[in-house]
Design a protein. Sequence first.
Length: 286
Amino acid sequence: MTSLNHAALLAASLPSPSRGVWHVGPFPLRAYALCILAGVFVAVWWTDRRYRAAGGQADQVLDVALLAVPVGIVGARIYHVITSPDAYFGAHGNLALIPQIWRGGLGVWGGIFFGALAAAWLLRHRGLRWAPFADAVAPALLVAQAIGRLGNWFNQELFGAPTTLPWGLEIDDAHLPAGYASGTLFHPTFLYEALWNLAGAAFLIWLERWLRRRDGAVGGRLLCAYLMVYTAGRAWIECLRIDDAQLIAGLRLNVWTSIIIFLAGLVSFIIISRRPLHDEITREQR
């Protein structure tokens, strides 16, 4: 590549933020944490609107979020540590890094699994059905994940392979992977996933209306569709990434996880569709 072509690529490229931490007195404001919190706020706000529109009571979503969000964050960190053990338990690992979530490293599937368990437990304890809440939260989860991915941009992490595309991501030398020359541009996988998630949220809204017109009820199937939509995008985006990951039969662990969860979502969608469908909020309504 000539120096002229290289300069043209840099002129059209996507820059990374110059910093990801700001200090207010002795307190650090970390962009990664702010992005996660912003995603949570939007998800809770939109889920609350959707759940109340479906007949749910005010404050139920907030109560669920106050339990499910911290449990989900812990679960997300556990999943990341288990699936990326070298940084913590390897020869040069450091156990002190485990609680330092501001450095990045939250596995979405651990967060969804543990957060869903906590939410389901609380809803059942209050005599509320899981399906209407699941349908309310499904598109909001995708929007929250899209916002949260901006944290990877600020941290200059989890980007893809080198690219000559005009939207290639600039990475400064301090975050450049070993073996790559200064000025190399990379696939902005955080942006790919954010755009995919936003498009997926729009699709889920359309699907919800279509299912309700066709069947008279959604019945929890929107969360199944969420699993399929998200994993369909995550699988191909994961294949672009060059960060260290556990490999199984030549594929990254998260690709296999995406395949398994996609199939689980598909099977669940089919099974639910064959059962009597209803969207009642409480168990006593039946």
